[in-house]
Design a binder for this molecule. Structure first.
Ligand SMILES: NC(=O)c1ccc[n+]([C@@H]2O[C@H](COP(=O)([O-])OP(=O)(O)OC[C@H]3O[C@@H](n4cnc5c(N)ncnc54)[C@H](O)[C@@H]3O)[C@@H](O)[C@H]2O)c1
Length: 318
C-alpha cells in the first residue's frame, strides 16, 4: 500500500483527536469516516470540524466553496464494519488503555481488506504490544499526532518490532500528503520524542513552582517570551549549535545537578487533581476560567497556531 492508494480512511474513536484527523484527511482530498461507539461523540466531533473549518475560511486558508467540498468528504457511523470496509487506512484514537487497543486491533483486521494499514495514535503505549494479537503485525504502525491535530504539524511515525519498513514508509508519506511534518522514530521508547521533551520541561516547571522560585504566570511568561518563541523556528540542538557548544557545555555542567529528576508525578499537580481541579474542563486548574474564558482560550490557541504556521513557512521559504 502506498500513500497515494489511500482514498478513504476510517478514524476509530472520534473524541478529542479523531475528529481533527477526519478534518485533516478531508482537507487533503480523501474520504474520512468517523467511527465511535457513542453517537453523541460523533455529533460533537462534527461540531468541532465545522468550527475548525470556519476558522480556516475566516483566516483565508480555505475558500468558502472548497470548505463545503471538504465537509462533504466527512461521514460518521456507529457501525465498525462500515467504517473499516472500503477504507485503505485506519487510524485508531480510542482511550489510552492497552487492553482496549489490543482487543480492538484484531477486530479491525477482521473486517479490513488484506493490505489495509492499521495505525495507532497512542501517546505512549508499545506498538508491538498493541499489535501482539494481530495476524499481520507488519501492517500495524504508530502515528502519533498532537492536539489539535489539524493544526499542529508534527506526526511521529513509530514502527513496532514487527512493523514492515514499507508500512512505516507509507505512514510517513501519508503524513506528508496530509501537509504535516513527519519524523521517523528509530526505536520504540515511551513518549517517543515530542512528549519526552514536553514532559521534561513540565517537570522542571512544577519543580520551579514547588521550590517557590516563580509562580505559574512567571513560568508561562518565561517560556512564551523566550524559549517558546525560539522553538517555533529552531530545535534545541540547532539552538545549541548557534549559541556555541562550549558555552552550552559549561552551563550544562553547572546547572544539571539543580534540575528536577523526580520519578513521580509532582505533588503540586496530584494535589490539584485530587481536589477535582482539572483545568479548563472543570473551570479551575493552576488558573481559574469561566466557561467563556475556557472556550476563548481554545479559540485563541487555534487562531494562533494557524497564523504561526503560515509565518514559520514564510520565513523558511525566504
Ligand atoms: N488528547 C490529546 O491531546 C492526545 C494527543 C496525542 C495522542 N492522544 C492519544 O489519542 C488517543 C485518543 O485520545 P483522545 O484524547 O482523543 O480521547 P477521547 O477520550 O477524547 O476520545 C476517545 C473516543 O473513543 C471512543 N471509544 C471508546 N472506546 C471505544 C471503542 N472500543 N471503539 C470505538 N470508540 C471507542 C469514546 O467514545 C471517545 O469518543 C489516546 O490513545 C491518546 O493517548 C491524545
Amino acid at each position: 500500500m502506498k500513500a497515494d492508494d489511500i482514498r478513504r480512511a476510517g478514524m476509530i474513536g472520534s473524541g478529542t483527536m479523531g475528529a481533527g484527523f477526519g478534518l485533516s484527511f478531508a482537507l487533503a482530498g480523501m474520504e474520512a469516516v468517523l467511527y465511535d461507539l457513542d453517537p453523541r461523540q460523533l455529533e460533537l466531533g462534527l461540531d468541532r470540524i465545522d468550527r475548525g473549518l470556519s476558522l480556516m475560511v475566516q483566516e483565508g486558508q480555505v475558500e468558502g466553496r472548497e470548505s463545503d467540498r471538504v465537509r462533504s468528504r466527512i461521514s460518521t457511523t456507529t457501525d465498525l464494519e462500515e467504517a473499516v470496509r472500503g477504507s485503505q487506512y485506519l487510524l485508531e484514537a480510542v482511550p489510552e488503555v492497552l487492553e482496549l487497543k489490543k482487543d480492538l486491533f484484531p477486530k479491525l483486521e477482521g473486517y479490513a481488506a488484506p493490505r489495509t494499514i492499521l495505525a495507532s495514535n497512542t501517546s505512549a503505549l508499545s506498538i508491538t504490544q498493541i499489535a501482539s494479537a494481530c495476524r499481520r503485525p507488519d501492517l500495524v504502525c504508530g502515528m502519533h499526532w498532537f492536539n489539535p491535530p489539524e493544526l499542529v504539524p508534527l506526526v511521529e511515525v513509530i514502527p513496532g518490532r514487527k512493523t514492515s519498513p514499507k508500512t512505516a514508509r507509507t505512514v510517513y508519506d501519508l503524513a506528508l500528503k496530509l501537509d504535516h511534518v513527519p519524523i521517523m522514530v528509530k526505536k520504540e521508547a515511551p513518549g517517543f520524542v515530542g512528549n519526552r521533551m514536553q514532559l521534561a520541561l513540565f517537570r522542571e516547571a512544577m519543580h520551579i513552582l514547588e521550590e517557590g522560585i516563580a509562580g505559574p504566570e512567571e513560568i508561562d511568561k518565561a517560556v512564551k517570551h523566550s524559549v517558546g518563541l525560539r522553538w517555533s523556528l529552531l530545535g534545541p540542538v540547532e539552538i545549541a549549535d548557534l549559541g556555541g557548544l562550549d558555552t552550552w557545555g559549561y552551563v550544562a555542567e553547572y546547572l544539571f545537578p539543580f534540575l528536577a529528576d523526580n520519578h513521580q508525578a509532582p505533588k503540586v499537580l496530584t494535589d490539584l487533581v485530587s481536589r477535582g481541579k482539572l483545568g479548563v474542563k472543570t473551570g479551575e486548574g493552576f488558573y481559574s476560567y469561566s466557561q467563556e474564558a475556557g472556550q476563548e482560550a481554545v479559540r485563541r490557541r487555534d487562531l494562533y497556531f494557524l497564523r504561526q504556521r503560515r509565518l514559520v513557512e514564510e520565513i523558511k521559504g525566504s
